[in-house]
Design a protein around this ligand. Sequence first.
Ligand SMILES: [Fe+2]
Length: 278
Amino acid sequence: MIKPTALKRGHYECKSLDDTLPVLTDLLAFEVVRQGSGQAAVKHPNTDWELVVHEGAPEAVDKPHLHHYGVRVETLDEVNAAYEYLQSQKERYKLMRVSRPHENHFAHSVYFREPGGNDWEIEYYDHEAVVRGQRNAINPWREKMSEERFPGRGYLPQALSHGTRECDDKEVSARFYSEVLGLEIAGGGRSSVYIKHYETPWYVVVLPGRTRHYVSELNRFTLQVETEQEVVEAHRAFRTSGKDIGIDEVQDLQYDNGEVSFVFSDLDRNWWDICAAR
Ligand SMILES: [Fe+2]
């Protein structure tokens, strides 16, 4: 089992950075922290979970709905305000669709699809969810962001709260996440499982897809470990006996940007990478 020190990044494929980055900064309150050729890293000021946005190609496939990410707002009114604001900005930001606000197990959300082919959720959790023991419903921020940071929209994304993935069998996948990837099983519903790093609030919702969709490794999650040696050892173990523990494909070790890492896919053909600073 690996011992991750963080669920450090999400990687996300879009069609054009010029179209997708303004959606992330202007509609979801992210900040661009790095930009290079064909990729940019963005971060919400309240969440140390970076999103690396890759410019795939104009023909990059649209991601299934269960590959969305979500931000959290503090009040129900903000979900309704977000719907109104997104509707008013649909053409300007080339949004493909904006769903009406709806409620599901104490979560109120609007969903929209950005021009890069990815769905986003703006969600609010009723306090009743916390009362009933749903840990993911606890506000994932320590300090609220002030309205001056994101004025004039009527809503204020306070944190990047979650990502989502499809699986085949949630029991089998949950065992893999905890026993192989060293992640915490942080709850879930009848068909879903929530996974996260033990020390941080952001989480990934994994759900059995009625029809499974498979995406490229440009859509993945990054686990950080303490030492370079742990990356090299995990790589060796996954290459030699990965099939026995639910590892599918294992790519070569990479050394760049002061990190060693490798990309692999799991039993559901979802993608991950493990990294450490050099
Ligand atoms: Fe969601």
